[in-house]
Design a protein around this ligand. Structure first.
Ligand SMILES: O=c1nc[nH]c2c1ncn2[C@H]1C[C@H](O)[C@@H](COP(=O)(O)OP(=O)(O)OP(=O)(O)O)O1
Ligand SMILES: [Mg+2]
Length: 203
């Protein structure tokens, strides 16, 4: 059977350097020429949907249409159980300031809300990722990944990006910010979704 992705070029429809680093590394074994949204001079489309899948579709379809190449997007976030899944789809928004994104501030805000609620320990959370592979003709494929864990405070670790320093995955006592990044790449929400993408489109 012919595989669903039979091209040799892919645009990564993301402006997040941490994601670009991780997804490029995951794609490296497949011999696909990867370019980024920035290299194509693409703007960041507005993420107007209230689901990860909806926003992933907006980003991938926009890049595919603009470049004429298949495009892969990632919409992701952290869902904290005691906050009813917040910040969730709005994870990047919570970090928004007039001078750019401030994740230490967003993480502290998240912890403060948990303290105000007197949320019980462990303060369970999950990182969630939806990948969308879209083609210029308008069809697409969606894949969802997830990793369970808890949020902790104070945040620890210099690796990774975003909320990594306050997330401890299940079965570990170190944060994604402290973890060797090859290890994060074996078990993250993004890696989980990517494994499904490989099965669905690259095999
Ligand atoms: O592995 C992760 N480790 C730590 N934090 C993470 C991770 N994965 C998502 N996150 C957080 C930060 C990110 O800013 C937000 C996603 O927001 P999201 O809109 O999907 O991405 P974004 O605006 O940063 O880049 P773009 O939309 O150009 O792909 O969730
Ligand atoms: Mg975004």
């Amino acid at each position: 059977m012919q595989r669903k992705f039979d091209g040799d070029q892919l645009v990564l429809a993301s402006h997040n350097k941490g994601k670009l680093r991780e997804i490029s590394a995951l794609l490296a074994p497949f011999g696909i020429h990867v370019s980024s949204a920035a290299e194509h001079g693409l703007e960041e489309p507005e993420e107007t949907e209230d689901t990860f899948a909806g926003n992933a579709r907006i980003k991938a379809h926009y890049a595919a249409k603009e470049t004429g190449l298949p495009a892969l997007s990632d919409d992701s976030g952290i869902a904290v159980e005691a906050l009813n899944g917040a910040p969730g789809v709005y994870t990047a928004d919570w970090a928004e300031t007039p001078n750019g994104r401030d994740f230490p501030m967003a993480m502290e805000k998240t912890w403060k809300l948990l303290e105000e609620k007197n949320a019980p320990f462990p303060r369970k959370a999950a990182f969630v990722c939806t990948l969308c592979l879209a083609w210029p003709d308008g069809h697409d494929e969606l894949f969802e990944g997830r990793v369970e864990g808890q949020v902790i405070w104070p945040a620890r670790g210099e690796h990774g990006f975003g909320y990594d320093p306050m997330f401890v995955p299940e079965g570990f006592d170190i944060t994604f910010g402290e973890m060797d990044q090859d290890k994060k790449q074996e078990m993250s929400h993004r890696a989980d979704a990517f494994a499904k993408l490989v099965k669905g489109c690259f095999e």
